[in-house]
Design a protein around this ligand. Sequence first.
Ligand SMILES: [Zn+2]
Length: 125
Amino acid sequence: MTASETKNTPTSQIGTDIKNGSLDKVLNRLKQRFEQVARARREHAQVLVDAKQLVINRANSGQCPKCGSNNLQAVHSATQKGFSDTGACSGCCCLGPVGLLCGFCGSGKKQEQSYRMCLNCGNKF
Ligand SMILES: [Zn+2]
């Protein structure tokens, strides 16, 4: 049996087999299907692991995790931070009036950010 035959077993074929009373054939087909699904799942899981490992490897070797380019630029940005609406809002939800004060605490502080930017694909990380 070839790979393409096992891959596209028509459901109608199974019905025909049941009518013909060849239960073994049906069971075999079902078993093959289950094995296919299990194999596909294993392969999919492996792809995910590989992708994760690839990102880790690229990060370790100083490459862009997205495209693997070495064409990176370190970017430093400093922004003057005013009263943070979002900070106060989320703080308010979590901590009540104390959270509102937290929003004020952050005001006027200089926030520095440094990250790397890929000049190839524009990915920031
Ligand atoms: Zn990139």
